[in-house]
Structures are given as C-alpha cells and as structure tokens.
Design a protein around this ligand. Structure first.
Ligand SMILES: *Cc1c(COP(=O)(O)O)cnc(C)c1O
Length: 212
C-alpha cells in the first residue's frame, strides 16, 4: 500500500487536527518555521497531533538543526552540506532521521534536487551516518500541463530507485506524485504520494500564513 502524505503547507493547524483526528498519519510541510508554529498551536490547543512529520520543502543548512530535531523524515536532501548538518544535529535520543534524496530527474532549470549522477555518492554519505537512515528518493517532475508527458520522468525515477535499492538494503521509498499527477506516479511505482490541494482544498495565500 502506498503511503499518503497530507501536504499541509499554508493550511491552518485546525485543518491538520481535523485530518489527524480522522486517522491520517503522515503530514508534509515545506517550511521549517511554519511547521514549528503550527505544531505549537496544536500542542497548546490540546488538538490531535499527526504521528509522523515530513519536511518536503527545500532545506537551508542554517535550518538543519531545527529540521533534524522536529521532523521524522526529510525528503529534500540534495547536497553534502545538508547531510552533514542533519547527521550532526539529529538528537541521539531519537530514532535515526529518515532521509530521501531529492533528485532533479528531468534537469529542470532552477529546480532544487541533485543530478541523477550524484545520487550514489550522496546515498553513500547518508548511509555512513548512524543518526540518518537512507530510505530512498523524492522527485517533482516539471509541471507539464499534459499530465501524461510527466510519465518519462516518473519512469526514470523508478529506474534510479531500483538501482539504489540494490545498493542499499534500507531503501524502500519512492516519493512521487501530487494532487494532479498521483495516478501516473503510482502506475510508475511510487510508494509514497504527497497530496495537498486535493485533500485540503486551495491553500491560503502565503502572506496570511507567513513562511520561514
Ligand atoms: C505543495 C507540494 C505538494 C502538494 O501539492 P498539491 O498539488 O497541492 O497536491 C507535494 N510535494 C511538494 C514537494 C510540494 O511542495
């Protein structure tokens, strides 16, 4: 069964609580500060809290400590400096931090994520840290308006994932597919989909919610 991540960026804490109360386990946030603020709201309000938190947005090295302390998964790891910082700051009292390498699978200009050629080296670096657990890959294909045109990118990600699995026993997760393209991603082997608007409706404007 694929894992459903409820992507709650720019959604209020009350919407998160509602879905958590209904049994949704995994939630994804894009910004460290926004996630911390909403988690505090949930805690202080005595509201239902999600069991598992995923950071799915780009991570700056200077936020790595907070991310390593507050999240269960980081899906946006794409360079050595972030690996080192997360490994250093993951509290030893917690289980290892689950890591997905974000890959710029279709060489889209300006998009975060490592090049496919860099995956092996980064994966070996993650695996070398006892405070990190290498789980797999995350991709965001270019938002081609014809959804079917995204299929080759999903397929390329699957091939890369299969190769990585053969190299590292801990690898079991391929995170790909969002509200509009999850069906294609699943048909190409996604084990985890990240769904925002199809679950919560349209996001609030960033000006109203703030961002980190
Ligand atoms: C916002 C976001 C999603 C969810 O997008 P929707 O189109 O709202 O489903 C998934 N993954 C990442 C990395 C995101 O930033």
């Amino acid at each position: 069964m694929p894992t459903l991540i409820a992507v709650s960026k720019h959604q209020p804490a009350t919407a998160i609580a509602e879905l958590a109360a209904a049994g949704q386990r995994d939630f994804g946030e894009n910004y460290v500060q926004e996630a911390l603020r909403k988690r505090q709201e949930l805690r202080e309000g005595g509201l239902p809290e999600p069991a598992v938190w995923h950071l799915i947005g780009h991570l700056q090295t200077n936020k790595a400590r907070e991310a390593a302390e507050a999240f269960d998964w980081v899906q946006s790891v794409d360079r050595m400096a972030v690996i080192g910082a997360l490994a250093l700051h993951r509290p030893l009292t917690r289980p290892p931090l689950n890591v997905l390498l974000q890959v710029n699978i279709d060489a889209e200009a300006g998009k975060h994520g490592c090049q496919p050629e860099a995956v092996e080296g980064l994966a070996d670096a993650v695996a070398a840290h006892s405070t990190l657990l290498l789980r797999g890959l995350m991709v965001i294909p270019a938002p081609h308006p014809r959804i079917e045109a995204r299929r080759p990118a999903f397929r390329a990600a699957r091939d890369l994932f299969d190769a990585l699995r053969h190299r590292h026993d801990s690898v079991d997760t391929l995170s790909m597919g969002m509200s509009d393209d999850h069906a294609v991603a699943l048909s190409e082997g996604a084990t985890m989909v990240r769904i925002g608007t199809a679950l919560f409706g349209a996001r609030q404007r960033m000006a109203e919610t703030g961002r980190s």
